[in-house]
Design a protein around this ligand. Structure first.
Ligand code: CP
Ligand code: NVA
Length: 320
């Protein structure tokens, strides 16, 4: 269907269920084709962005998002420019509004990693090109897409699955819950006491589960949450920007490490996922590097889902 241009991806909530599933299917196709061509020593370039540029405006560090976007833009035949916080005037000499007007007038797409959701939303509102959120304090849509692709590869379906999240109520959880609700995956969440999922996010999750009737249960009990789980997921307890709260948060999250003992309470062969970067406090080495861990496949899938997202939003102008 025709979409108004530019169309942005700030959260998984910006995609309908159908569009989200189409992006996952397309990601799998792109990954398969690329690997086949690579193995046959054929040209792996997909094309679509020849002569065009994508700007990455990153106020925080990144390994996966940076490398996946840069390589994805290259696969599409475009040029990518990385603008870190010391490279441009933004934040020191210039506003989000002015930066958005200027940069979007010269490039075909922007991937932005800023702190506040309101900043990336403001940036997108004034941009004349598509803006993709490369993580903010509230959402991480590209991560959730890669997580769904990884789940589909591991299980072949989104039906009759239960995903348990043990840990913080953060950006990664928010979009993962919305994505699971849209995909029809049930979720059980265990957050420490006084770590609560925002009510506006829970409203989005409820809204997103209307078509699938996916359920979500929230508690403070990791052992109860992982019971019968097919997938256990966690993330850091100290997100970027929370470094000063490290000591207090380590105390608050005591007992929430994902260990072999916790995994044994889930289904046999239960998979483990983590968006990375990982710290040992939230998951033991045995689980993180264990035979049921999908973490490196999940990280690689950041690339394939990002190719699909850029193709949909930038090359195909938001028609998914
Ligand atoms: N998972 C993820 O977004 O990693 P980076 O912070 O390294 O991009
Ligand atoms: N919740 C983490 C995710 C990093 C990819 C953070 O915001 O730092």
């Amino acid at each position: 269907s025709f979409q108004k241009f530019p169309r942005h991806l700030l959260s998984i909530r910006d995609l309908s269920r159908e569009e989200m599933l189409k992006l996952i299917t397309r990601s799998a196709e792109i990954k398969h084709d690329y690997k086949k061509r690579f193995a046959n020593r054929e040209n792996v370039q997909l094309g679509g962005l020849e002569g065009q540029n994508v700007a990455m405006i990153f106020n925080k560090r990144s390994t996966r998002t940076r490398v996946s976007v840069e390589t994805a833009v290259n696969t599409l035949g475009g040029n990518c420019m990385f603008l870190g916080k010391d490279d441009i005037q933004l934040g020191v000499n210039e506003s989000f509004y002015d930066t958005s007007k200027v940069i979007s007038s010269m490039v075909a797409g922007v991937v932005a990693r800023v702190n506040k959701y309101s900043d990336v939303a403001n940036f997108a509102q004034h941009a004349s090109c598509p803006v993709i959120n490369g993580l903010c304090d509230t959402f991480h849509p590209l991560q959730a897409l890669a997580d769904l692709l990884t789940i589909q590869e591991a299980f072949g379906t989104f039906k009759n699955l239960k995903l348990a999240w043990i840990g913080d109520a953060n950006n990664v959880l928010h979009d993962l819950m919305i994505a699971c609700a849209k995909a029809g995956i049930d979720t059980t969440i265990a957050n420490p006491k006084n770590v609560e999922i925002r009510s506006d996010i829970l409203n989005l999750v409820r809204e997103s589960s209307k078509e699938t009737n996916a359920k979500h249960i929230i508690s403070h009990d990791p052992a109860a949450a992982v019971r019968d789980a097919d997938i256990v997921v966690t993330d850091t307890w100290i997100s970027m920007g929370q470094e000063a709260e490290r000591q207090a948060r380590l105390k608050q999250f005591a007992g929430f490490q994902v260990t072999e003992k916790i995994m044994q309470l889930a289904k046999p062969h239960c998979k483990f996922m983590h968006c990375m970067p990982r710290h040992p406090e939230e998951v033991s080495d045995g689980v993180f590097y264990g035979p049921n861990s999908l973490v490196f496949q999940e990280a690689e899938n950041r690339k394939w889902t990002t190719v699909a997202a850029l193709e949909a939003l930038v090359v195909n102008r938001g028609n998914i």
